[in-house]
Design a protein around this ligand. Sequence first.
Ligand code: BES
Ligand code: ZN
Length: 456
Amino acid sequence: MESIVSYLAANEERFVADLIAYARYPSVSAQPKHASDLKACAAWIAHRCQAVGLQTVGYETATNPILIAKTPRPDPHKPTFLVYGHYDVQPPEPFELWNSPPFEPVIRGRNVYARGISDNKGQHLAHLNAVEAWLQSGQELPCNLTFLIEGEEEVGSTALYDFLPEHRDELACDAVVISDNGIPTLKHPALTYALRGIAAMEVRLDGPNRDLHSGIFGGSLENPAMALCQLLGKLRDAKGRLTIPGYYDDVVKLSAYERKQLAKLPFKAEQYRRFLGVPQLFGEAGFTPDEQRTARPTLEINGLTSGYQGDGSKTIIPSWASAKLTLRLVPDQKPAKVIKAVTAYLKKLCPPTVRLTVTPGHGGAPYLVSPTSAFAQAALRALKAGFGHEAILMREGGSIPIVSAFKQHLKADTLLLGMALPDDNAHSPNEKFSLDAYAAGMRMSAALWPELAAAA
Ligand code: BES
Ligand code: ZN
C-alpha cells in the first residue's frame, strides 16, 4: 500500500496536468453543437484508460460514445468492481458570471476552475489514477476492475439505459463504485447511502392565437403567464408542503436512527444562509435543512418562459406561457406515478380560459442502500485511509438515475464515495475541483480495492 501511496504523491503534478487536459473539452451533452467535442473528449479518456494499462473499448451509440475499460487478465477467482463516471458536463451559461472561461481550466490556490471538473471529470479521473498506481507500481490488484464511462449523464443517460442490459455480462460485478457526489468538508469524508430520484416535466398554457395589445384586449381574456403563475403557486402551501393529492403516499418515513445520523453533519444554518445569499432559509416545516434537501421530496420550477424578455417594455398579453419542472423523489416514490399525479392535479386546477399541455420528461428512481453492509463498512475504512478523518454516513439530494438500473440489470449495490465539496459550484458558474480532494480521492480509491475485496 505504501508504495502505491508514494507513487500517487510522486506523480501528482502529471495527474493535475491530465485533469486540466480533460477539463478543456467542452463536452456539453445538452447542446447539439458540442457533439464532436463529446466524441473528442471520449477519445481522450479512452486513450488515458489505455495508457493506464486497461483494456479499453469505445462503443458508438446513437448519441455519445460509451467506454468500457477493464484491468487486464481478469481473474475469475477475484471479485469484480465497476467504477462508473460521466465525461459529459452541464452547459456553462451564463458565461459572463465566470471569472475565467469555463473550458480554459486555471489553478487558483488549491482549486482548478472549469465546467465539469468536479461533476464529474475529476472524480472518476482520481479512480483511474489510483488504478494506474496499482498497475504501475507492480502490485497485484486484489480484484478485477471495470470502468464504465458515459457521455450523457447530465441529460438522462438515454444510451446507457439500452446499453446496460445488452452488455450485462461484460459489466457483471460484485458492487458498483461511484464518485459523482459530495461531502460536507474534507474533514468529513462520507459514504452516501441514499440519492433522490427525479421526474421532469414541462407545463404549457396556451391562450390567444397571437400576442395581443394589452391595452386593447387586457381585462377581457386570461393572461397565460398569470394563469401559469397562479397554477404553479397552488402546488405548494405556506408551510412548504406540496398539495398534490397522493404525493407523499409512498414516502418512507425517516427513522429515528437516520435523523440522529443526519443531525451529526456539520451544519450551521446562518453560515448556510450566507453561503447561498438568501435573505432567509425556507423549507418544509418539521424538517432540518439537511433533511429537507436530501430526504424529503420537492417540486422545483427550473425555468419559466413567457412574453417579452428583451430591452425596455412591450405591452402585450403573451399568447402562451411555459414552465420546466423537476420533482426530486425519495424512496419509495416512482417517477411515472408522480408525473401522473401532478398531471391529474394540474388538469383539475387549470381554468377553462387556457389550454393546458403537460409533457413528461426524463425520470429516475430514488436509491437507498444499507449503510451497514460489509461493503459499506469496507468503504468507510477506505474513506478514512484516504482523507485522514473518520467517515460519516449521509444522504444526497441529487440524482444519479442509472444507479437503480445497475441494481436492476447487474443485481449490484452502489457505493457512493463523493469527492466534491459544497462550494464546488456544480451546475453553477465558476465550477471548481479541490486539488486536496483530488489527492485524497486517489488515496481513498487506492485503499478501497483491498478493503472491498476482503469484504466480498
Ligand atoms: N453528480 C450529479 C448528481 C449528484 C450531485 C448527486 C450531488 C449527489 C450530489 C449528477 O451529475 C447530476 O447532476 N445529475 C442530475 C441528474 C438529472 C439530470 C437526471 C441531477 O441530479 O440534476
Ligand atoms: Zn451534474
